[in-house]
Design a protein around this ligand. Structure first.
Ligand SMILES: [Fe+2]
Length: 209
């Protein structure tokens, strides 16, 4: 704990603490999530791009948790681990496609959570999200929907700025599965200034001392 992240100089995503005041969790839950985050960072090792992506998704997930009634511990653990299958997908199949991620991620996520003494029922729910996070409506749960939209909010920053406003509107209508996710996406990709779009494009968390 104690590390601060600022994703946007316009202060849109300023998070004073990784687990801010909006999402209520007890000390044990926060401590557990810090361990999951550390395990994810350890697993990705020098692959800072993957780590940054997981952290960005977790920050959006946290924002969405203020509006969606989902379990914050399941949701944030899944945010950290959702892409954990990428290294194995690339190593075994030469591809990081969603299909291979969904196959290779679950055993690694299970192992990480088992090492952290997570309960079986909890692990099952996190792993189910990892196993279907590229499949629309892969799991019928609010935790899945938060991860789906949080992942989209990060990934769209790379593809949407080159599209017209009408195309963006249509894509967001089709893709987003929570109302706050849709609203945040519109705020970022349609209503905001060009400088804000530049800031979101290729962003990396600036880690403050
Ligand atoms: Fe992702």
């Amino acid at each position: 704990m104690g590390t601060q992240y600022v994703l946007c100089p316009h202060n849109c995503f300023r998070v004073e603490d990784m687990f801010n005041i909006i999402v209520k969790m007890d000390a044990n839950q926060k401590a557990f999530l810090v361990k999951v985050r550390a395990a994810m960072q350890g697993y990705f090792g020098p692959d800072q791009k993957r780590i940054d992506h997981a952290l960005q998704v977790s920050l959006y997930a946290e924002e969405l948790l203020a509006y969606v009634d989902a379990d914050p511990v399941i949701t944030l653990a899944a945010a950290y681990l959702h892409d954990i299958g990428i290294p194995e997908a690339e190593r075994k199949h030469g591809s990081s496609s969603g299909k291979w991620q969904e196959i290779e991620g679950p055993p690694i996520a299970s192992e990480i959570l088992a090492d952290l003494d997570a309960e079986e029922a909890f692990t099952e729910q996190v792993v189910a999200i990892v196993a279907s996070h590229h499949t629309r409506n892969g799991v019928d749960s609010p935790e899945f929907r938060v991860i789906w939209d949080a992942d989209a909010l990060v990934n769209f920053a790379e593809v949407l700025p080159s599209k017209s406003e009408a195309q963006i509107e249509m894509l967001l209508q089709q893709h987003m599965v929570t109302e706050p996710g849709f609203r945040i996406a519109r705020r970022i990709f349609i209503k905001d200034t060009e400088s804000h779009r530049r800031c979101l494009k290729g962003q990396r968390p600036a880690i403050l001392p």
